[in-house]
Design a protein around this ligand. Sequence first.
Ligand code: NAG
Ligand code: NAG
Ligand code: NAG
Ligand code: NAG
Ligand code: NAG
Ligand code: NAG
Length: 584
Amino acid sequence: MVIAFGSFFLFSVSSLAVISFALSDNHGEFIYNGFNGASLHLAGIANIQPHGLLQLTNTSNRQIGRAFFQFPIEFNTSYSFSTSFVFAFVRKSQDYFGHGMAFVISPSTDFSHAVASEYLGLFNISNDGASANHVLAVEFDCVLSPEFKDIDNNHVGIDVNNLTSIESTSVSFYSNGERKNRRLELMSGEPIRAWIDYVEDEKLLNVTVAPVRCPKPNYPLLSKSIDLSKILLDTMYVGFSAATGAVASNHYVLGWSFNRSGEAESLKIAELPHLPKEKIAQIGIKELVLYKVIMLLIVLIFLGTICGAAYLFWRNKYGEVREEWEKEFGPQRFSYKTLYKATKGFKDKDLLGEGGFGKVYRGTLQSSNEEIAVKRVRHKHDSGEGMKQFVSEIVSMRRLRHRNLVRLLGYSRRKGELLLVYDYMPQGSLDKFLFTDEKPSLNWPQRFQILRGVASALLYLHEEWEQVVLHRDIKASNILLDSELNGKIADFGLARLHDRGSSSKTTLLVGTLGYMAPELTRTGKANMSTDVFAFGALLLEVACGRKPIEPQGLPEEVGRGLCCGGNGAGFEIRPTMLPPRSGN
Ligand SMILES: *[C@@H]1O[C@H](CO)[C@@H](O)[C@H](O)[C@H]1NC(C)=O
Ligand SMILES: *[C@@H]1O[C@H](CO)[C@@H](O)[C@H](O)[C@H]1NC(C)=O
Ligand SMILES: *[C@@H]1O[C@H](CO)[C@@H](O)[C@H](O)[C@H]1NC(C)=O
Ligand SMILES: *[C@@H]1O[C@H](CO)[C@@H](O)[C@H](O)[C@H]1NC(C)=O
Ligand SMILES: *[C@@H]1O[C@H](CO)[C@@H](O)[C@H](O)[C@H]1NC(C)=O
Ligand SMILES: *[C@@H]1O[C@H](CO)[C@@H](O)[C@H](O)[C@H]1NC(C)=O
């Protein structure tokens, strides 16, 4: 029961608050914080929206909207009055805007002959300026109309029977805090509060404006000495008139208070209705759909670009060449990504060496923690029979098993590049031990062990496997050493494979000067004997610690003899008899 009574009480209070007009027996004062239930006479397209917003015009062209307080005000005792209201002009997005709104005191609410546009719905061309009008208006005008001597397109003016203002000024307000005038845009779309005061004794009409959140400025925008008794009649209506023309805006009034007996009560800003969110409301359904589609397209294009860039980046970084025929080599095939990760991106600091075929990098397979060496062999032909044959030869060499051969683990392919994966040999190549100070010198038993290992591997390649594998480039830098200093032949098979029994048909000269048998440089035909000749040169190299060829001529002479057969000028073959380097 108590609860029921309580809620009834609350209901009554809130409905009173909404219909907040006062003292219907005294029409000299009223206050509307929002216009729900207000006693207004509406004309033209003016309407009160469900949440209490008074809309005078919308954005249709050449429209008029008027709203007057329903009851006449008696001015027979005094002409003093005070009024305050909050209004907002909201334009259609980005369009031109106009025309404006006026606060009006008029003997009648009948403006049926008035026209829109610059006349603001107040007069027409024949009655503008007629003293019989008895109209006082304060205009808030957004269009410069030269026929009325308007000063700009953002002004406030005091009009008496005539749209040519007797006093006007650009819109600004005195900021009490900053103690200076600040410009205000009528078309900002933000609510603006206005005060219009007239005190009969002073005969001063003051007009003041400010943004809705600001207090009333200490100084009015317009202060005009004027005798209203000469203009107004005893009984007058008060209200607003707004008009649109070839340009249009929404003209809204959010709240209004009026007082004849004292200063108009301040409006309660928090209770005022909200302005509609015009930008979205103004965009039609079609435009909204179009807008969304365009946004979606932009987002898709953006995402597509990112994905494309990511794909290109990935392909550039990890992309590889993989062909149908390689399926059978599946287990031997490493993905480029695996090798890239294993070598941490083929950094220079992991470069083990650089030979005739390409650079060799050190790496660690992430899956097994196994140390590997990756040789990157550059080539011109990406696909076709030649490549297929080469890859299958290389892969078949995986089956070569000998403790003195560097084990081939597999391969990978990229555009213009073949990657061969080998066991990593921690001690590096034999020439480092023989010819540089980086490594300690080898003693005789170590040298012998290395040579014996190389010899047995060479025998295996030549005679013990199902095919003859010619190495064609036996030399110290192609002999790698494991941790126990066992010599292992590297790079076998990069020169071609040969079937047992048939001699080479290759004419391309492969090999290194100083290790090449004399007949090889003449005929260009490699065979087992030419490999053995090279091994002989290696024997001497290991025994004496000197290179088979040491250039002694002038630089321009050096190189003339390269690969042209015989012992070219500028080179001297120094066989055998020099002692090994010191330390042994
Ligand atoms: C403006 O109001 C009039 C009358 O209510 C209506 O016919 C017209 O469609 C409205 N225009 C817009 C742009 O909302
Ligand atoms: C003013 O006019 C009203 C209505 O016409 C009337 O009741 C009132 O007595 C008048 N007051 C004066 C001071 O004339
Ligand atoms: C202007 O308005 C007056 C009434 O206020 C009317 O008598 C007159 O015909 C109108 N003139 C035009 C041109 O509409
Ligand atoms: C309107 O007011 C202006 C300025 O006061 C004046 O020059 C003009 O003659 C007036 N118009 C009429 C028709 O009286
Ligand atoms: C109007 O403004 C003038 C100048 O600031 C001021 O002296 C006067 O008191 C004001 N009158 C009213 C009614 O506010
Ligand atoms: C009108 O002024 C009187 C005297 O200052 C005040 O008591 C009253 O609340 C005011 N009413 C309105 C609606 O402004």
